[in-house]
Design a protein around this ligand. Structure first.
Ligand code: FAD
Length: 374
């Protein structure tokens, strides 16, 4: 089975690796692998604290992926010798004022109603868990099984694991999908070269709507949703685990890494393909982060970046076959693509190789947007 994958972000990379493990000959096409959202993302693995009303199927997919992460990271480390920075030390969500605490209480009731274990903490218990928190923090929730990974380590590990199994990387832009006799038969590159394949997977993140050659109705309804993040450095331990905060109704998170990096994120802006870093975006992040952890102003500034999340109409991914035979989608992972990489790769590789598809992936067929993709 020859498979061509357009896009080498975490979704394309992880699927290429799994498909190669399943015996496929895989070609990955990307002019700049892992240069999209996968290089900007904070890497939170937090299905529990990300939970939103009406997104229960997405929660189940997120939990299934989080539960695979430990084995996924270990398998990658064994295959490549590369560390992904995976941590499973929980996530603390804290409330800055009484209104924020009310929102957290509602979230806890919702989580408990779904049978998810979370621990309610007083302000004092929050500070015992994270001593750098501001004295005014009102209370919080601990999701003990959520964690994080470093996407900038994960992507090279996935690429190396795939290459060891013969995945071929073509550093060119895919211009279109080749269609013959009403079926996808490969990819046309920007230099005119053609790559023939039995199956084509489109995993180009927020650019997935830009390909030529697709029949009307098979173009995925994805859009870019901008996010700005700041990276700081600390030579001494500052935070023990991922800490998310509600500060006067606005959300901020801080993700610590073992090497001293702390990622502060993230804005959420509907501005098309705009990746400018703005003074206002940075100010909001630093303002809220400083309310929660006043000591961050002492840390060294390292980097600021903006990336584009691949958003879909219902905030959930599109995974599976389309109305065009041989043409599959693996896109629209929005805020959760790093978290969802293991389960998405398993599901997409199974679909591409006609294997058994995990049950939790069933609700994410592109067919749910039938007017757009069928
Ligand atoms: P991308 O990573 O965007 O990769 C797409 C790839 O396609 C790129 O490498 C690009 O070069 C390539 N490409 C584009 N067009 C073409 C073409 N025509 N031909 C060939 N290749 C092409 N998720 C989490 O789970 N946890 C988080 O904490 C988290 N934090 C985030 C914070 C921010 C600020 C942002 C922006 C995102 C965050 N995300 C997070 C979301 C996550 O980053 C995305 O869902 C995920 O990276 C999507 O992966 P992808 O492979 O679909 O797309």
């Amino acid at each position: 089975m020859q498979i061509a994958i357009i896009g080498a972000g975490v979704i394309g990379l992880a699927t290429a690796w799994r498909a190669a493990q399943g015996g496929a000959a895989v070609t990955l096409v990307d002019p700049a692998p892992a240069s999209g959202a996968s290089s900007v993302a904070a890497g939170m693995l937090t299905p529990v604290s990300e939970l939103s009303y009406g997104e229960e199927p997405l929660l189940r997919l997120g939990l299934a992926s989080r539960d695979r992460y430990g084995a996924f990271a270990a398998e990658l480390a064994e295959a490549t010798g590369l560390d992904t920075g995976y941590r499973d030390d929980g996530t603390l969500q804290v409330a800055f004022d009484a209104d924020d605490l009310k929102l957290l209480d509602d979230l806890r009731a919702f989580q408990e109603g779904l049978g998810i274990p979370v621990e309610a903490l007083t302000g004092r218990e929050c500070r015992r868990a994270e001593p750098m928190l501001a004295p005014g923090v009102r209370g919080g929730l601990l999701a003990p099984e959520d964690g994080s990974v470093d996407p900038r380590r994960l992507a090279p590990a996935l690429l190396a694991a795939g290459e060891r199994l013969g995945v071929r990387l073509v550093r060119r832009r895919a211009e279109g999908v080749l269609v013959e006799r009403d079926a996808a038969v490969g990819v046309r590159l920007d230099d005119g070269t053609e790559i023939r394949a039995d199956r084509v997977l489109l995993a180009a993140g927020p650019w997935s709507g830009d390909l030529a050659g697709l029949p009307p109705g098979t173009v995925p309804p994805v859009r870019p949703v901008k996010g700005q993040v700041i990276r700081l450095r600390t030579p001494v331990p500052f935070l023990r685990r991922t800490t998310r905060g509600l500060v006067k109704g606005s959300s901020v998170y801080l993700v610590p890494r073992a090497d001293g990096e702390i990622v502060i994120g993230a804005t959420q802006e509907e501005l098309g393909f705009d990746t400018r870093v703005t003074a206002g975006g940075l100010w909001e992040l630093l303002r809220d982060a400083r309310e929660l952890l006043p000591g961050i102003t002492e840390l060294e500034f390292a980097e600021v970046t903006a990336g584009l999340r691949p958003g879909s109409p219902d905030n959930a991914p599109l995974m599976g076959p389309t109305a065009l035979p041989g043409f599959y989608l693996g896109t629209g992972h929005f805020r959760n693509g790093i978290l969802l990489a293991p389960v998405s790769a398993d599901a997409l590789a199974a679909m591409l190789l006609d294997g058994p598809v995990p049950e939790v992936a069933a609700p994410f067929s592109p067919a749910r947007f039938s007017t757009e993709v069928q």
